[in-house]
Design a protein around this ligand. Sequence first.
Ligand code: FAD
Length: 377
Amino acid sequence: MKTGNMTLRPYSIVHSVIYDEQQGKAIGVKVLDSETKEEIDFFAPVIFLNASTLGSTFILLNSVSKRFPNGLGNGSGELGHNLMDHQYRAGADGDFDGFEDKYYIGRRPNGFYIPRFRNIGKDKRTDFIRGFGYQGSASRENWMRGVKEMMIGEELKDAVTTPGGWTMGMTGFGECLPYHENQVSLSHDKKDAYGLPTLNVDAEWKENEKAMRKDMKADVRTIKKGKRLGDRTYKVHLDGYNQMDMITGKGPSNRQEIWYFGESELGAVRIGDYKYRFIDQPGGWLGDKTKPDVPYLINLRLDPFERTGWPDSGTKTGSQNFFQWFQYEFWRFVFVQQQVEKLIMTAVEFPPMQKGASFNLDAVKAKIEAARAAMGK
Ligand SMILES: Cc1cc2nc3c(=O)[nH]c(=O)nc-3n(C[C@H](O)[C@H](O)[C@H](O)COP(=O)(O)OP(=O)(O)OC[C@H]3O[C@@H](n4cnc5c(N)ncnc54)[C@H](O)[C@@H]3O)c2cc1C
């Protein structure tokens, strides 16, 4: 605009393109001033039509001439047909606890995107073609949640002036196919406020779009609930605790135990001050693994380097006096068995994703299989 070569003209409705029959080309546009209703023609050697999908189609359909009686460039009769829509609002959302002391500025937390995974590579659907992606984000509920609450007075004021809980949602995005019969056409019977014909939209979703939408919803439910692969339903086992109290200095940790796994092989567990090692690797990381008949038992407060004190090679390492301590503590083996059993029962609902090469508690492994068989899974 600084060069003076461009004029920005508001209130200008382009209603048709001027086609020159002699030259066989478009030479200008017809404009209706929306304020004064004045008709003005503009001419240019090159014309760009950027009035959006429907706006541009309207202008072309409305630009009739001897050469193009059904709209400019419409020799094929396809102008206005094959209208395509977009899938939207097929997804899921949910609330989650925690992070109450966190808020966001601007566009944080960032949204997420799951790119298309349907009908790509080995994934082949028979009920629909093409695919979709997911977009999602998390946010805190705002004052609008007060609308549905049965509150009044101070309680309501407090509630609506503080952020609500966290919610996370995701929704599928996928295009619909082009169908000849999905179309827009000009309605000369129904004119708009400027006396121009209106655009009649006649389109519907068909089987492909409906099947895709069904899958979009099913997949998002699967992501929420867990995934069935082969003959098993896999779920991600989140071994988590709400540690907000500990992080904010208001209370102790809610976690009493730490499980140590190598793939799906249970190697050790720490419960409170005590650690139970089911596997040893006396030669260090590159050495062989050994499996003791009874777990190594260590009080980490007394023996933070886990030397155990168990007498070995006579009394070359450890001490006979170790037994003075051990004789009062080895009841813990029954306790740890009970704890392991509890853990293992969670594997019924959350089966290990990889078969452990050597799940050292073989009896426990058999228990999982028996429990799963009993549940008919
Ligand atoms: C809510 C929303 C969110 C979106 N989010 C995204 C996104 O995140 N990412 C993304 O890639 N896309 C997004 N899109 C899509 C994207 O905005 C559009 O695809 C894109 O803007 C289309 O550009 P366009 O130039 O074809 O049309 P438009 O941007 O619609 O421009 C057309 C212009 O022509 C003017 N016009 C129309 N008719 C006439 C006429 N007869 N005479 C004179 N002027 C006329 C209109 O006033 C308008 O200014 C979103 C769209 C919406 C509605």
